[in-house]
Design a protein around this ligand. Structure first.
Ligand code: HEM
Length: 417
């Protein structure tokens, strides 16, 4: 691969392709565009409306370095002022933009340290029976219902929200009320959402905070043996308002990040399996492939397509200088299809030996919930395929907008029998 990143013609070309990828109307198949970007260079300079010059890392090596190198970290509050004007006035963004995913250095380590053990391998093993029971409950409900359903509404969304809610200690009825709000509130992670999408996000996020605030207050009065009670009683630093904002921000971040991507994975993964009936048959017949199938589903079409970072000092990436404050998009979905890291990357193969895929990111912000998400996928997909052997598509999926960062079907019509 040659580095053309500094040539103006390639800046224009890369900008055009990147804008096509991040426009509000999502592409059903963005992968040819990622391939074109990788074919041009491992890293591109792009010019984005409202942001000016920025960079996009598209090769596996450049995205890995972006995520792991200590010169790069989450966007600063000044960037957020530009991308999400007025965020400090809105209760939801003022909580979320100060929580884990947006923190750096020691503040970030403290936030993760508070909940790391709750999402580590051993804790997650203790959730296996809960996840298996939840999958059975939801499949039973599907079996009692119509032949044709929207799988997002009838399986993916309830599965995503109920699983993380049971881990946190949010009651099921509350979780189901929260489900649609969490989907809209998730735009808080989208760096390039439109003003209209931000407005819906503020409104839905505000209602999520009201509900969570009520639950935290309940747990302060009557603690239970759950994570929510621990967050409610944790002595967060700062004055009482700041401490309450930190408790709410942590709970909301876990709930949104923990509900959204697993639901998206159910939709994207089911669509992939329906498009590859030989692979679906193989998984149905060979439950021991559950774990490698989950990895391959995540690699091939990851729910989190890109992440965003800023340079905290003057630095370089793939030989291109990036000044302090420069914004770099790391295209995880492109990295996962880089032939320099994965052989025959466009082939969907659930027997593939382990590859260094980046579906959960890498470095200090590596997904906190990765062990839980893997367990969810390992239980759900074989269960769904075995329960409904004739499962098939009943129409094209409708993709979520904005899907810049968080890719998912909004609707996935399927026929169950
Ligand atoms: C299929 C499911 C999932 C996928 C694909 C996914 C993907 C990711 C990715 C790529 C990141 C890194 C973002 C970055 O570097 O900027 C991340 C971070 C995070 N994820 Fe997940 N995730 C999933 C499920 C979960 C679950 C179940 C939880 C449960 C709590 C969770 C909680 C988080 C949190 C809190 C962060 C921020 C970590 C930090 O900033 O240190 N995720 N996730």
């Amino acid at each position: 691969m040659t580095s053309l990143a500094l040539e103006p013609a390639s800046v224009a070309e890369a900008t055009r392709i990147f804008l096509r990828l991040v426009r509000p109307r999502p592409l059903a198949d963005p992968y040819p565009q990622y391939r074109r970007l990788r074919g041009l260079a491992p890293l591109h300079t792009v010019r984005l409306p409202g942001l000016g010059t920025a960079w996009t890392a598209v090769s596996h090596a450049s995205v890995t370095r972006l995520l792991r190198h200590r010169a790069f970290g989450p966007l600063s509050q000044i960037h957020l002022d530009g991308l999400s004007p007025g965020w400090r006035r809105h209760p939801f963004t003022s909580c979320l933009y100060q929580a884990m995913a947006f923190q750096h250095g020691s503040a970030h380590r403290a936030s993760r340290g508070l909940v790391n053990a709750d999402f580590g391998g051993r804790a997650v093993l203790s959730h296996r029976a809960m996840i298996t029971g939840l999958v059975e409950e939801l499949l039973d409900a599907l079996e009692r219902g119509d032949d044709e359903v929207d799988l997002m509404e009838s399986l993916a969304l309830p599965f995503g929200v109920l699983a993380i809610s049971r881990v946190l200690g949010v009651p099921d009825a509350r979780a189901l009320e929260l489900a649609p709000l969490l989907r809209f509130a998730g735009a808080v992670f989208e760096p390039l959402a439109t003003a209209a999408q931000r407005a819906v996000q503020h409104e839905s996020g505000g209602r999520v905070l009201d509900l969570l605030g009520g639950l935290l207050a309940d747990r302060r009065r009557e603690p239970r043996d759950d994570l929510l009670s621990r967050l409610a009683r944790h002595p967060f630093p700062g004055d009482p308002r700041e401490a309450e904002r930190a408790a709410l921000g942590t709970a909301a971040m876990l709930l949104i990040a923990g509900a959204d991507s697993p639901a998206s994975l159910v939709g994207l993964g089911t669509r992939l399996l329906l498009e590859h009936p030989d692979q679906a048959d193989l998984l149905r017949a060979t439950p021991s492939l559950a774990s490698s199938a989950a990895e391959e589903l995540l690699r091939h079409d990851p729910p989190v397509q890109l992440v965003v970072r800023t340079a905290h000092e003057d630095t370089e990436l793939a030989g291109v200088p990036v000044p302090r404050g420069g914004v770099v998009f790391g295209l995880l979905a492109s990295a996962n299809r880089d032939p320099e890291a994965v052989s025959s990357p466009d082939r969907f193969d659930i027997t593939r030996p382990p590859v260094p895929a980046l579906a959960f990111g890498a470095g200090p912000h590596y997904c906190l919930g990765a062990p839980l998400a893997r367990l969810q996928a390992e239980v759900l997909f074989p269960g769904l395929l075995r329960r409904f052997p004739a499962l098939r598509a009943a129409g094209p999926p409708v993709y979520r907008s904005p899907g810049t960062m968080l890719r998912s079907p909004d609707r996935l019509p399927v026929s169950l029998r």
